[in-house]
Ligand binder design. Structure first.
Ligand code: ASP
Length: 452
């Protein structure tokens, strides 16, 4: 029998969770869910939080140390990183503009927000207090806080994620500057460790259907109390939140990238989309830029005409550090959770979101659910309890599928731009002709290796 894909299992988990939660509220056995079901959700969240520090540390060190060629490719490298950072910051700004104008968290009635705050953010006032101490300490305090005075101190709390990122950057750059024979064993270690950690993420995600079911059931019981109708408020708010994320993602795909392509290259964006479509579909079904990378590279080289030299540098780097879809998601989610917890964000908080979401999207591994793990950093930086993830985790998988499409399309766009400005773009490729050639090649292959 064909195995069910993970995202279907998660969707089924969601539905079961909602039904269990509603049944518990209606049948007045909410305590049963709180004592015997909800803990599985907590275990799942703990698993995600547990992986956050090692995941960021290892994937960042591994990604940066791959940049050994940067000296050779310094010009291409500079342009690539420039485009990547600029598009990430723009994506976050779009996300912030959208979420601040739509206010999805405010679709929850005031009283519900107060309850949520009490349930999920018991330490919020401490955080707000320490955040205001930070503000009182002057504008440079944020940079002072990024540099840890003890690395184990930084590792010991998910709130210190920026310090971990800082350490990983220093470590990666120092590795590139260390003689090959000394750095190689360390590089191999981090390569291997990265593969192992990604496997742990995969294992944790196998538990996701049950985790999501438990989280949703627990959430409904906590929120609805004795009043099932009020759970509907939460779903309305989640619906508006999801639509806000999707509108931001659509903006990138249908307006921003085409505008960039039209301004910097002679490629027609219809041809661009025809070329990149299979990679987008793979991104959607795997939720992983890394898994999609081989197809992205193939399409970008063969169908968009980007030289191998450019694509083999720009795309793997992009899959690791350039995630515009993830950035939008981070911005919208952080503000949504803050709104749902009744936490008013200042201008400084919004700027902190721009900074931390940029770093979080750079640090996020190109695997399913990496974005939601990195959200812990953004939430921590604005003084919100990571338990806020419980609010959005149920709808994360479908949003992950959509944001990964944007992540991959952003990488392909930048590869095309860089190639075009370097004179490394074969122009005038006809997608229909290419399709025809592909079909002919497939036919030839089938004739050579017939199936029966
Ligand atoms: N799944 C995304 C990717 O691989 C990362 C994320 O979770 O946002 O690009």
């Amino acid at each position: 029998m064909k195995k069910l894909a993970l995202h279907w299992k998660i969707l089924i988990g969601m539905v079961i969770g909602v039904l269990v939660g509603l049944a518990a509220v209606i049948g007045e056995f909410g305590w049963l869910v709180t004592d015997w079901v909800k803990p599985f959700g907590t275990i799942f969240i703990n698993l995600l939080k547990l992986i956050a520090v090692p995941l960021i540390l290892v994937s960042l060190i591994d990604g940066i140390s791959n940049l050994t060629d940067l000296s050779k490719l310094s010009r291409i490298g500079g342009k690539t990183i420039g485009f990547y950072v600029a598009s990430t910051v723009l994506a976050i700004t779009v996300g912030l503009l959208l979420v601040n104008s739509v206010d999805p968290g405010n679709f929850l009635p005031e009283q519900k927000r107060e309850e949520l705050k009490a349930i999920y953010a018991p330490e919020l006032s401490d955080k707000v207090e320490s955040a205001s101490t930070v503000k009182d300490s002057g504008p440079l305090q944020i940079f002072v806080d990024i540099v840890p005075d003890n690395i184990f101190g930084a590792f010991s709390s998910n709130v210190n994620m920026l310090q971990v990122i800082f350490f990983a950057f220093m470590f990666g750059i120092a590795m590139v500057m260390t003689p090959q024979e000394k750095a190689l064993p360390v590089k191999k270690f981090f390569d291997g460790a990265n593969a192992v950690i990604l496997r742990i993420v995969e294992l944790a995600m196998r538990f996701a259907p049950i985790g999501v079911m438990a989280l949703l059931a627990g959430l409904i019981v906590d929120i609805a109390g004795d009043d099932p109708a009020s759970a509907i408020d939460l779903f309305a708010a989640l619906g508006v939140y999801s639509i806000t994320v999707v509108v931001g993602l659509a903006f990138m795909i249908f307006i921003f990238y085409p505008a960039l392509l039209v301004s910097f290259t002679s490629i027609k964006y219809r041809n661009f989309f025809k070329g990149i479509f299979p990679a987008q579909m793979l991104a959607f079904s795997t939720s992983s830029s890394a898994a999609t990378l081989p197809v992205t590279m193939d399409r970008v080289e063969k169908n968009l005409g980007v030289s191998e030299e450019v694509s083999s540098f720009v795309l793997p780097l992009g899959a690791t550090i350039n995630m515009d879809g993830t950035s939008i998601h981070q911005a919208v989610s952080a503000v949504f959770i803050a709104q749902a917890f009744g936490h008013d964000l200042t201008m400084l908080d919004q700027l902190t979101i721009v900074l931390t979401a940029t770093l979080a999207s750079i640090g996020a591994a190109a695997v399913p659910s990496a974005g939601i793990i990195m959200l812990v950093i953004v939430l921590g930086a604005i003084g919100i309890e990571p338990e806020g993830l419980a609010l959005i985790i149920a709808v994360d998988r479908p949003l992950d599928m959509c944001r990964t499409i944007v992540n991959v399309t952003g990488d392909a766009t930048v590869a095309t731009l860089v190639a075009s400005t370097e004179g490394e773009l074969r122009e005038g490729l006809d997608p229909d002709q290419l399709l025809h050639e592909e079909v002919l090649q497939e036919q030839a292959r089938d004739e050579k290796y017939p199936i029966d």
